[in-house]
Design a protein around this ligand. Structure first.
Ligand SMILES: [Zn+2]
Length: 312
């Protein structure tokens, strides 16, 4: 892949807003900003009115919204993480997207589903097809088998048509490989079996501080650079990166090291726009879909085992 501006590779972050407050994420963004990275911060446009699984600040908190605008003005992308931290109906979703547009002056380009929201789109087993769907249901004890309705016409949580109208990129599969493009070389891609999402993208798993630092360890950074690859880390910057008034020192060291390399550090939407321009709008074939799903399931199974070993 030829990267713009003679860069050797590309790196960015999609930050899931779970648990994020101005207090716990601003110091993390101050560092990211100082080091010259431009990344993607997801938000909840609306304050919830029910108990969250994971809560956090929303765009209805004026101080937080003011800070988000500062980030936007510096060139960070503000993205969508569903309407709020619990399920929302179609009407609430439309109202939330209007609020997003009023605050930021545009619709969100990219999004990710939030855990446990009934309005999640093509989530749970609906991420998968055929036998892969059965394997997923079996592995998860069928507990997600009828929970997500964002793409289900007639449901009060249906907003697929709105998603297609407003949102360009939706995150799906996440892999434990720093080179996201190696795992999903044709992203962003359109899946004809999931017509309400314009384009999907994959990510590299840096869910929390430990996983993030492991993903960005020195040898992985060097490999990303050598492969001329592209990394979109999916993470939660509220989870451990800044605690007890200070940033995690390993995180700081790794990010400083990465910032000194000749990488292209732009937000997720800009990176995907570029890949789209280079690769064209890729239409996922049946065999590509099955392979991608199988690789994701295998990655999940393998790492669940690895995770257990690491905890011992
Ligand atoms: Zn979330």
């Amino acid at each position: 892949m030829d990267w713009p501006e003679n860069k050797d590779f590309a790196f960015t972050i999609f930050d899931d807003t779970d648990n994020a407050t101005l207090e716990n994420v601003k110091p993390v963004y101050d560092l990211i900003d100082d080091l010259g990275f431009r990344t993607t911060k997801s938000v909840w446009p609306s304050r919830g009115n029910d108990k969250p699984i994971f809560g956090g600040d929303t765009c209805e908190d004026p101080e937080y919204a003011g800070w988000l605008l500062e980030l936007r003005d510096k060139g960070f992308e503000i993205a969508y993480h569903m309407n709020t931290y619990h399920s929302s109906t179609r009407e609430e979703i439309i109202e939330g997207l209007q609020r997003f547009n009023e605050i930021f002056g545009h619709n969100p380009d990219s999004m990710s589903n939030h855990t446990g929201c009934a309005d999640d789109i093509y989530w749970g087993p609906s991420r998968l097809s055929g036998l892969n769907k059965f394997v997923y249901n079996f592995l998860t004890g069928f507990r997600n088998s009828a929970s997500f309705f964002g793409h289900v016409e007639g449901s009060k949580y249906f907003w697929g048509d709105v998603c297609r109208q407003f949102i360009k990129y939706c995150r799906n599969f996440v892999f434990r490989d720093i080179n996201t493009l190696k795992q999903c070389p044709f992203m962003p891609y359109y899946d004809p079996e999931r017509e309400y999402v314009n384009n999907w993208f994959a990510s590299s798993d840096g869910a929390h501080l430990g996983e993030f630092n492991f993903l960005l360890k020195e040898e992985n950074q060097d490999r990303l650079e050598a492969e001329g690859g592209c990394c979109i880390v999916y993470t939660h910057l509220s989870c451990g990166f800044h605690e007890d008034g200070r940033l995690d020192s390993e995180f700081v060291t790794l990010m400083e090291r990465l910032s000194k390399k000749n990488g292209w550090y732009v937000p997720v939407n800009r990176l995907l726009d570029y890949l789209m321009e280079k690769n064209g709008a890729h239409k996922l074939s049946k065999s590509e879909r099955l392979k991608l799903e199988r690789r994701w399931l295998a990655d999940k199974v393998r790492n669940a085992r690895l995770g257990k070993r690491k905890n011992k």
